[in-house]
Design a protein. Structure first.
Length: 277
């Protein structure tokens, strides 16, 4: 064949080897693309390259973030970015309680800080009604989430009771951090925290970065789940959001900030490490 083509034998062999390698690379690329597309679909189209890389590694497929990103570009796949832009502090204003967090949510152990907030789910395409979930969030985990047709002080107390039940008791000395909404400046909540031996904490007025952990949760919920679906009844919203938080977000969603673990996986890992130490 080398004579027919008018090339040397060594040149012909080198060309064959390159062609073979190209075929192998194409096969590997195709398999990587299939795996990346599968993980992207399983996540509901929300995972970007870092989370897909973590998911593949956990499945025994060692593919780096750059390779996953290249595969996603080839296939026209994109993840959802729910991270806020870097913060700039606003002017200080009066607060009902001192800020005991100063945006340092990780205090070195579980249940040192709880973060709480409201959000709204509403709109004509969303059953034409307004629902207000209130969530408690620890360093890594969101608790059970109560709902009401409006934001009320009682809803905050209900969320605290549910969080305490999930934990087995109310953690002594826990800091409850919130924004300056009237639900969190009430005398009723202040009395509740005193009785529970906890500390109320608040950021500045109209500075969302001072409650960034809660805002991040709502951004993830709305971007990765709520805005991607249409609901016809309020019950569908209740059930769907609660299931997404408790089943997917807490138990299965990969968090790159937690080393590729879900919140509950990370919490169990931390608890086991603390016990062993």
């Amino acid at each position: 064949m080398a004579k027919v083509l008018g090339v040397t034998r060594a040149g012909y062999d080198a060309w064959k080897n390159r062609a073979s390698h190209r075929g192998q690379r194409a096969l590997v690329r195709r398999r990587v693309d299939e795996a990346v597309a599968w993980e992207h679909e399983v996540s509901g189209g929300t995972y970007g390259a870092p989370r897909i890389s973590h998911a593949l590694t956990r499945a025994g497929v060692d593919v780096g973030v750059r390779a996953v990103a290249a595969s996603m570009r080839r296939q026209g796949l994109t993840g959802l970015n729910t991270h806020p832009r870097p913060a700039r502090r606003g002017r200080r204003g009066p607060v009902a309680h001192e800020d005991h967090c100063a945006r340092q949510w990780d205090q070195g152990a579980l249940d040192r800080v709880w973060i709480t907030d409201f959000t709204y789910t509403c709109g004509a395409r969303k059953a034409g009604s307004t629902c207000a979930p209130c969530a408690m969030r620890t360093r890594v985990e969101s608790s059970d989430t109560p709902w009401a047709s409006s934001t009320t002080r009682a809803l905050v107390i209900t969320a605290l009771d549910m969080a305490a039940t999930t934990r087995g008791s109310f953690p002594r000395g826990v800091v409850l951090h919130a924004d300056r909404g009237t639900q969190f400046t009430s005398q009723k909540l202040a009395a509740y925290m005193r009785a529970a031996k906890g500390t109320a904490s608040m950021g500045q007025a109209q500075v969302c970065w001072d409650n960034a952990m809660a805002e991040s949760l709502w951004a993830t919920l709305t971007t990765e789940y709520y805005y991607l679906r249409t609901f016809t009844t309020r019950d569908q919203v209740y059930t769907g959001v609660a299931t997404w938080i408790e089943d997917f977000y807490n138990r299965r969603r990969i968090h790159t900030s937690l080393g590729g673990k879900s919140p509950i996986e990370y919490e169990r890992h931390q608890a086991a490490w603390t016990t062993a130490a």
